[in-house]
Design a protein around this ligand. Structure first.
Ligand SMILES: [Zn+2]
Ligand SMILES: [Zn+2]
Ligand SMILES: [Zn+2]
Ligand SMILES: [Zn+2]
Length: 177
């Protein structure tokens, strides 16, 4: 299976696969982040497309990797990452608190246990939705609001460029081809 993931970042390839003239494969993001230089042989990378690998990828499907969390979908290999990062409702949630690497479906309980006591970014709403006011400090990027009835977590963002939602997300540069 390792020919189907990028040699550099080890993420599964999406629809485009590039290589240097020596056949070292790389995804579009890595071509950009490596400044189009192959890290294995220093040859230029990004000019050749691995059509054969791309063809194989286009015909492949696999189960969503959150199968064990309850997702029953089988997705095209090339679209799996988009499904898992943006669409899958079974994706484990990433804890938004700095320095915490919890990922899971039980984010509500986790925040309550690990961050609520003594962490002023967490605001506990008791007794369902009441009208209430929340003050955002400039120094705090967000406040977590816990809704006990539905066991949901809401993030109140301060600014907007730090966190967009609580699903796992990798920063990636956009391709400009
Ligand atoms: Zn890569
Ligand atoms: Zn190379
Ligand atoms: Zn899924
Ligand atoms: Zn946490």
């Amino acid at each position: 299976m390792d020919t189907l993931e990028c040699d550099i970042c080890y993420l599964p390839f999406e629809s485009q696969v590039f290589s240097c003239k020596n056949g070292h494969a790389a995804c579009a993001n890595c071509c950009i982040s490596m400044h189009r230089k192959c890290p294995s042989c220093n040859e230029p990378i990004g000019d050749f497309r691995c059509r054969a690998t791309e063809k194989i990828l286009a015909g492949m499907t696999r189960p969503c990797r959150f199968k064990k969390h309850g997702c029953t979908e089988t997705v095209r290999y090339t679209e799996a990452r988009a499904h898992e990062e943006e669409a899958c409702s079974f994706a484990p949630c990433r804890c938004p608190f700095d320095g915490c690497d919890y990922r899971g479906r039980l984010l509500y309980g986790h925040i309550l246990d690990a961050h609520a006591p003594g962490v002023d970014a967490a605001t506990l709403l008791r007794g369902g939705w009441l009208s209430f006011s929340v003050t955002l400090q400039k120094s705090t990027p967000f406040r977590a609001l816990l809704h006990p009835g539905e066991k949901s977590v809401f993030l109140l963002l301060n600014g907007g460029d730090i966190l967009t939602h609580t699903r796992p997300r990798r920063t990636r540069s956009t391709t400009t081809r």
